[in-house]
Structures are given as structure tokens and as C-alpha cells.
Design a protein around this ligand. Structure first.
Ligand code: IFM
Length: 764
């Protein structure tokens, strides 16, 4: 059982809905990274940054993610392999991605001395993530406590060509060592989610020829997992033995080494779960038997990455940190995007850490999805189809809350039921439990998902998917809104009361939040169009859906009525949109009065204090303006943007609030010609994990920020707008950039953009 306090790491007090640190102090550590075009290089090992770097060096292939923990282990390490959809029950937060058996373990023992970085001496060290091929490598020159010196070169990758295949190589070179080297390679059947073990052991054994296998099952959800592994030696010949320690099958080999000699050990691993096949352990063994040698496996992986990068790469010239950072952030998105499974989606912390327990938020549809829509539309379709399969859970949530139709969960896992915890437990044993209201009130997600569905459809023209999946999402959530809006008879308008908008510093007495209301209105406008389109183009499907959702033409009229009369708190005389009814009456704030600071305003003022002031955790009205910008829908105009930017940007806790904010501000600042501000926000988002600027990267990659970063490049610096003839760029590149190059896929065609600042070449 997890300790009650464990929750605070994920649902911190008092800052309940932010991304995962108890007290967020922003210290930018000396990261000792070298950034090159395609490689992230760490040149020193710093045990104080262990968890941060484990996250940063996560590898994956869309099926699983494996944190960058060391093969030989390290005290306090948090190794994790997270596989899409492998959820298991856990108290308070309902369900979480179960940490799967650790496939990395490989120990090297020199005449009885085990290689480990917390002992002996590190004479040279380099860790490198090659983004072009997904290869993580580490070179260490190590002197053991008794004075033996060896070079160890580790490599690992999760094959993008074959998502059930994993490769690991360890090359041992002796400098002055003479004697017996023993290598132990294991599968660890007792992985933990920070103290909680989800697995029961089902079986293990020896594969034919000479490998090991392990079969485990989650305790509650009864998902079975099978893993198999084999060792191959190059440069020597030696027997490989199997030791069957319960839950920990191990391959052991031993050989003599002399100075100048190099020996290579390859560990190949296969993994399946009962989500894909009936007998995962047998399938893993069969797959292992046919797996090619390490170099061939790697070649196929390299080829697969090459294809992906040809579509999704972004080139920046003149700014090597930005170049590496954008590729790094896109890499992290691509390794967690499910390629062959449309019943799972991308979690807020990807598959790279325990933060938010593998739960999926609006982050996916609003922040991450555009990158996939425009560069890997098939993956975008998978992510949206996940929401289709979650509709039954969304219907249960609506029913339970007394509404109709489908009300999407704020945090979603494998059924679509709400899995946001109700309570956060304080770290102080005498403190009060804190209610988490997002699950009840952050309902804008039921318009955000339809927004993304519409956007996917418009950009791809994928009518068949819209007919079979998208329409049901858009229409059943529209049914929900009919039951959720309230008619204010006195003012003759529709209202939406008691919500939480995008800005989570205000959770009580928030009614008629402009973001929520306009998103709902926009959604219903589109629901009417989809309803009519389905009737005219696919009458049979329309009839079936009409029956399933119990739609009537009366409902269509209600949608229209709500569209016409839903109140948006906008004052045309000032051009200002009020964040919600009464927001302008709150005590005003001058954030400069609190500088210098290294904490969020909610940490400084307390939850109550922040909620009583005009301070925002993340853009709300400005977020709305951004989302309406693409189609230039009300209330978007440059003039309204400028007025609202001038009001809200100085009141937004952009550095210490939510990690979702900086990329959005970068886009809008860019639109307004504030290039310095745009660049500063862009780099803040770009470095959120690489430099751990928020101090919480250890709990996983900030996926929304990765996606927002891509949007900031394309729609901000690239100034891309969509016209009826396709995307058109009006670049405003940061001063040091000589080139920005990317491709967008729009309605079946690729559009290439090779942008240069004025006077430095062509822009088209
Ligand atoms: O979805 C976000 C929310 O907007 C801010 N808090 C963190 C969540 C998960 O990233």
C-alpha cells in the first residue's frame, strides 16, 4: 500500500492541479549537457540529478517507455518500464500504469567486484541520446575499489520497427584488468510503483535455446505480461547459464579477460501482454527465437526512425539549443504515441515517470494532437479513437452527475471513467485533506475533445473516420451540454455555473467562464454542422446514431438556441473578456511586487489567497483567443488579442504556474510582434525537462509542453494560418535564427516550409 503522503507528489498541496511538485522552486542546475543537432550529451554523472536524468533519458517506441536508469542499478533509482494500457487498481487514485518488469538489468563483476557508480572511481563518463535513431548509450571508464580499470560502453534501444523487441549491448574493454569477468543479465519480476508492487508471479523458465522467460499478472486488472531474454557474446566463447531465482530469472556467463581485450555482450528482450495476445509468455519466447542479431535489429529500428523524421523533423539554423530542444521534445512525443493501438492515449507525463499515474488529460487533444495531425495523421487518429472507446465511461460519468449524453473524465485511463482523485492528502500529518474539484468542475474537456475531433477532420478530410467515430463524440457531448447549461430567465440567456476554467487558481464560484462558455458555444455550432452533414452524406449512419443517442430535431434546435444565447462575458466597449463573472471584482495584483521569487503564487498566497486575487496559473482568456485564432472565430482579432494580452499576461504566473502556459504565451507574443517575450517563453517550454526548470522533471516528461512547443514554432514563429487553399506562413523568426524548416500534412498533401528571416534568403 502506498503511504498516504505519496500522493502529495502528484497532487501537491496547496497547488492541487499543477504538474507534480510539492513546492516548486525553480533552480536551474548545472546540467552539464552538450547540445548538438541530433544528440543530447551528458558529460558528468551527478547523483543529485538522478531522477531528473532518468526522465530525460527515457527511450521508447510507442508501445512502451523505459526510463534512463542504469543497467547495474543505483541507490534510490526509480527504474520504470511503462506499457500503454497496463493499468492496475490503486487506492485513492483508482488506477495507475503499473511499472512493468525491468528488462535492463545487467551486472558486470570483475573478480568479485561489482561495477557500480556509487563505488570505485569514475575516470571518464558520457551519456548520449541519439534522437535520430533512439539509441541511448553510456561510456564509463571505471576504476574499481581494488584498482582494476575497465571501459564499459552500454547501449539500448526500443525498436520502432518492431515494438515488442528491445536491444541492449554492453561492451567491456580491459585497461589493466586481468581475471574473471562475470556478467549477470536478469528480468526483474518485482518492479515497484514507488513502493507498490502490482504483480503476482505466474511462471518463469528457460527458453529453447538458452534464454529465460518470465510471466507475471497484475493483481487486480489481471493483465498478463510475458517477457523473454537471451544473451549473445562476441569476442569470447563461454557457457551461458540460467538461474531461476523466483521472479528474477537470470542469465549468467563468465570469461577471462586481459588488458587490451574487448568483449561484447548483447541482451535481446521481447515483451507482450494479454492486451495483444492470448499467451504473452509463449509469444515472447517465440518472438525471441526469431529475433535477428543486435546489429540487424538496430538497423531496422534506424530505418523506422528515418521514415518518421522525414515527416516530422524541424530544422532550426542559428540556435543549436533550440534545434536540439525541439527535436528532443518531438522525440519524447513520438516515443509515447501509440502506433498500433487505438484504445490508449498519451498521458500527461508520457510513459516516462509516475507523475499523474499515466492518466490522460486535455493536454493530449489541445496541446499534443496538432503536432500529430499535421505530421503523423495516422497517430492522431489513434489518439482520437481512444476517446471514442472511452465514450461509455463518459456516459457513466454524465449519468452519475445527473446529466445526459457523454461527459468526459478530467483524468482518464482505460475505461473513460473519472479517475481524478477526490482528495489530496497533506504531507503534514495534522493537516486537513484537500478536495480536488477538477474532477467535478473542469468540464471544458467535454468541448476540448470535440474541438480536436473537428480540427482533425478539417485538416485530414477523413470523412470515414468522422462518420464512424468522430460524429458520435461530437454529438453525444453536445447532448451533455444541453443538460448542463442553465437558462437564466431573468437575463434571458444560457449560463454555465460552477466550473473551473483553464486557470486552476480559481475553483470556487466560477460561473460563466469565458473559456468554457465560448468553447461550448463553438462545439455546439460544429455539432449542428456535423449533424446536418451526416444526414445529408450518410443518412443510414445518421439514422443509427440518432437512435443510439436518442437525438431528435428538437435537440438540434436546442443547440442552436444555446449557440445564440450562451453568455460570453465580453465588453465591446473595452474589448476585454472577463475571465468569469466577477473576476474583475477580485483584488488586483502586481506580480512585480513579489519578485524575486522562486515559488508559484499559489505557494506564496495559499489556495484561498490566490483564488481571491486576479492572478492566473495559466492562460485562460488568452488560451481561448489562441484556440479561436486558427479559424479567426469570435472573439479572435488582433485588436482584441492585444487588449486582453495587456490585461492578462502581466497577471499570469507564467514561470511558476502551469507548464502548459509558456508555449501558448510564446505564440501570442509572437502574433503581437513581441519577439523577445516570445523567444523567452519558447525557451522556457523547450527546456522544461532538459534543464528541469520547474524542479519536477523527475516525475516524467511534461508532454503538453512538448506539444505546445511545436505549435509555438509553427503557428508562432512560423506564423502559419490556414486558408481554404492550405496553410500559409507569415514568419517572425527570433533574431538569431537563420532558418526554420518543417513540413505540414494538409488534406492528403505535404506542404514544405523553408522560412528565413527577411534579407537572409527565400521564405515560402
Ligand atoms: O491538464 C493540466 C492542467 O491544465 C494543469 N495542471 C496539470 C494538468 C496535467 O498536465
Amino acid at each position: 500500500m502506498p503511504k498516504a503522503q505519496d500522493l502529495s507528489e502528484f497532487y501537491p498541496t496547496p497547488n492541487l492541479c499543477q504538474s507534480g511538485a510539492v513546492q516548486m522552486t525553480v533552480t536551474v542546475p548545472a546540467c552539464a549537457f552538450i547540445y548538438t543537432d541530433w544528440a543530447l550529451i551528458e558529460t558528468q554523472f551527478d547523483p543529485d540529478q538522478l531522477h531528473h536524468k532518468e526522465t530525460v533519458f527515457t527511450i521508447g517506441n510507442g508501445y512502451l517507455g523505459t526510463r534512463g536508469s542504469f543497467e547495474e542499478g543505483y541507490p534510490r533509482a526509480l527504474p520504470a518500464t511503462l506499457i500503454h494500457g497496463v493499468f492496475d487498481d490503486v487506492p485513492v487514485v483508482y488506477t495507475e500504469l503499473a511499472n512493468c518488469p525491468d528488462w535492463l538489468l545487467l551486472s558486470v563483476i570483475l573478480n568479485g567486484e561489482r561495477f557500480r557508480l556509487d563505488q570505485g572511481e569514475i575516470l571518464a563518463y558520457e551519456r548520449r541520446l541519439d534522437l535520430r535513431s533512439g539509441l541511448l548509450s553510456r561510456s564509463v571508464r571505471w576504476r574499481s575499489p581494488s584498482g582494476s580499470t575497465v571501459d564499459l560502453n552500454f547501449e539500448r534501444f526500443a525498436s520502432l520497427a518492431d515494438e515488442h523487441a528491445l536491444g541492449l549491448r554492453c561492451q567491456i574493454s580491459s585497461l589493466n584488468f586481468e581475471g574473471l569477468i562475470e556478467v549477470q543479465a536478469s528480468l526483474n519480476g518485482y518492479p515497484e510503483n514507488q513502493g507498490f508492487n502490482h504483480w503476482e508471479q505466474v511462471g518463469q523458465g528457460k527458453t529453447d535455446p538458452g534464454g529465460i522467460w518470465l510471466q507475471v499478472r497484475t493483481r487486480n486488472s489481471r493483465i498478463e505480461l510475458g517477457m523473454a531474454a537471451r544473451l549473445t557474446l562476441l569476442g569470447t566463447e563461454s557457457a551461458i547459464e540460467v538461474t531461476n531465482v523466483p521472479g528474477y530469472p537470470t542469465l549468467t556467463t563468465a570469461f577471462q579477460m586481459a588488458p587490451g581485450q574487448t568483449i561484447t555482450v548483447d541482451k535481446a528482450v521481447t515483451v507482450f501482454t494479454s492486451r495483444q495476445v492470448e499467451a504473452p509468455a509463449q509469444t515472447a519466447q517465440a518472438k525471441l527465437a526469431e529475433l535477428p542479431a543486435y546489429t540487424d535489429l538496430f538497423k531496422a529500428n534506424e530505418h523506422a526512425w528515418d521514415t518518421v523524421w522525414r515527416q516530422s523533423d524541424v530544422v532550426i539554423e542559428g540556435d543549436i539549443s533550440a534545434q536540439l530542444a525541439i527535436r528532443y521534445n518531438l522525440f519524447q512525443l513520438m516515443i509515447c504515441a501509440p502506433r498500433h493501438d487505438d484504445k490508449v492515449s498519451i498521458a500527461a507525463k508520457t510513459l516516462s515517470g509516475f507523475g499523474y499515474r499515466g492518466h490522460v488529460f486535455w493536454d493530449t487533444e489541445i496541446f499534443i494532437l496538432p503536432f500529430f495531425i499535421y505530421s503523423q495523421p495516422a497517430l492522431a487518429r489513434n489518439l482520437l479513437t481512444y476517446r471514442y472507446y472511452m465514450l461509455d465511461g463518459a456516459r457513466r460519468k454524465a449519468k452519475d452527475s445527473g446529466y445526459k449524453g457523454a461527459m468526459f473524465a478530467w483524468e482518464s485511463a482505460n475505461t473513460g471513467d473519472e479517475v481524478t482523485p477526490r482528495w489530496a492528502l497533506p504531507t503534514d500529518p495534522y493537516g486537513a485533506d484537500i478536495r480536488i474539484w477538477c474532477r467535478d468542475r473542469e468540464i471544458h474537456i467535454s468541448a476540448d475533445i470535440p474541438y480536436a475531433v473537428w480540427r482533425y477532420w478539417q485538416m485530414t478530410g477523413d470523412d470515414a473516420w468522422m462518420r464512424d467515430y468522430g460524429a458520435e463524440i461530437i454529438l453525444d457531448t453536445a447532448v451533455f451540454w444541453i443538460s448542463r447549461v442553465e437558462l437564466n430567465t431573468k437575463d434571458e440567456r444560457y449560463e454555465i455555473r460552477e466550473v473551473i476554467g483553464a486557470d486552476e487558481y480559481h475553483e470556487h464560484d466560477v460561473s460563466n467562464n469565458a473559456f468554457t462558455n465560448r468553447m461550448v458555444q463553438w462545439h455546439l455550432e460544429k455539432a449542428i454542422l456535423v449533424y446536418d452533414w451526416l444526414h445529408s452524406q450518410f443518412p443510414q449512419n445518421a439514422a443509427q446514431l440518432q437512435e443510439k443517442l436518442q437525438l431528435t430535431s428538437k435537440q438540434r434546435s436546442r443547440w442552436q438556441d444555446i449557440v445564440n444565447n450562451l453568455w460570453i462575458p465580453y465588453d465591446p466597449s473595452t474589448g476585454l473578456i472577463e475571465q468569469y463573472e466577477g473576476f474583475f471584482d477580485l483584488e488586483d495584483i502586481n506580480l512585480a511586487d513579489y519578485e524575486p521569487r522562486s515559488q508559484s503564487m499559489q505557494d506564496i498566497l495559499g489556495m484561498e489567497g490566490a483564488s481571491q486575487r486576479q492572478v492566473l496559473k495559466q492562460p485562460d482568456v488568452l488560451m481561448l483567443l489562441y484556440l479561436m485564432r486558427e479559424s479567426q472565430d469570435f472573439p479572435y482579432s488582433l485588436d482584441i488579442l492585444e487588449k486582453n494580452w495587456n490585461y492578462y499576461a502581466p497577471r499570469t504566473d507564467i514561470t511558476y504556474g502551469s507548464s502548459l502556459g509558456p508555449a501558448m504565451h510564446a505564440i501570442l507574443a509572437s502574433d503581437l510582434g513581441q519577439s523577445e517575450e516570445a523567444y523567452e517563453r519558447f525557451m522556457q517550454a523547450a527546456m522544461v525537462d532538459l534543464e528541469n526548470v520547474r524542479g519536477n522533471a523527475g516525475s516524467g516528461i511534461h508532454a503538453a509542453s512538448c506539444g505546445g512547443l511545436w505549435q509555438a514554432l509553427v503557428f508562432g514563429f512560423g506564423g502559419v494560418q490556414l486558408t481554404p487553399n492550405g496553410p500559409v506562413a507569415t514568419p517572425h523568426l527570433p533574431p538569431s535564427w537563420n532558418r526554420l524548416k518543417f513540413k505540414l500534412h494538409w488534406r492528403g498533401y505535404w506542404h514544405e516550409f523553408d522560412l528565413r528571416p527577411e534579407g537572409k534568403g527565400d521564405s515560402h
